[in-house]
Design a protein around this ligand. Sequence first.
Ligand SMILES: [Fe+2]
Length: 431
Amino acid sequence: MTASHSSTLSRWRAARAATWCFFEETLAPSAYEARPIALRHPFVFYEGHLAAFTVNTLLKGALGRPGLDPSFEVLFERGIDPPAEGGVAPQVRWPSRAAVTDYVRRAEAAVEEALSSPECEGHEDAALTILEHEFMHQETLRYMLHRLPYTQKRAPAGAFAPETGGVLARGGCVRIPAGVATLGAARGEIPFGWDNEFPQTCRMVPAFTIDALPVTNGDFLEFVEGGGYAESSLWAPGDAEWLASHGVAQPAFWRREGGAWFWVGQFGLVPLPPSWPVWVSHAEASAYARWRGRRLPTEAEFHRAAFGTPEGPERAFPWGDAEPSVLHGNFGADRDDPVPVGSRPAGASAWGVHDLVGNGWEWTSTPFAGFDGFSPMATYPRYSADFFDGRHFVLKGASPATPSPLVRRTFRNWFQGRYPYLYAKFRCVRP
Ligand SMILES: [Fe+2]
């Protein structure tokens, strides 16, 4: 076994251990078939999906081996992303937990054997595809878990207590001069990237002025109490109808009880921390920005604020070239809730813009699309292209639940504009 295979195998084992821990320890058994977000399948799907994806992608797709269970490899092949709850596929009858677990164990053993075999050499891309897919859905599971009642989940031992202290920093803004932003990577430049990260694309970005900190709960409360949700002129076409039809009048992570606002934390309610970033949908972020007479940054502006420098050369990370650590931002899957904005100053960019990576994915105004020269990846051709529809927007950075290996400059996330459940913050560009 080569060193790179040995490393992929050990990373794979660690990733699987984390997934097992979620299903065996954190999720209550009674919630296994729960579907807390109607726009997603229930938890049982994701346990089967992670295994079926490894079989379909590595064993069948890359190595040309037979599958383990043809019906599971179709049933668990792919998730859903309907435009509205009305478009959700009807509930299927899921296999028993015992049957799913048996399949998962067989798939895991087969993947372990494959990753250890010389046959896998030359298929590093497929191996890393299943590894990163596992990481991404660990975050999916965490934000789905967030929607469950507290009786249906158990906080892992050593889970962090909410970090609600800190000074409520009153923003300020930073002027970024015109310059080039390098998006994506040249093929072969990075050990692994998804298809939408290629090829490298240079954009000339005019000068702009951006918030040094993300918009906080304290900021957003002014919008809520100022009637922002009821002012239809602030909302994009269709968004006001979405508010009305879904009864949306506040962020999905807020709750009002006894006349007071609370943050719905992963494992308990917290009196609304004014210094935490507000987590909202793209639609809500955009309405807030209009209310302030501002706008969301483009993907290229995010890059310029995060990775550009006054001297010219761009950085690998906002803080420089050092490997990501807990000092640089609230990411890495150690916690599920935010921390006060600006409380990880070691992660600030060269311009003094804070929290660009961590504390919530960051919405941009850029519709998700391939860079010029995009081509679908061989190991998972439908990964990105199915979502180039103008309804999905690019997010950058990372959330608290994002495993550290996904923290890289080129990584692009995307969601529909009215999806309010992921851990996503925003900041504004000022006129
Ligand atoms: Fe998936």
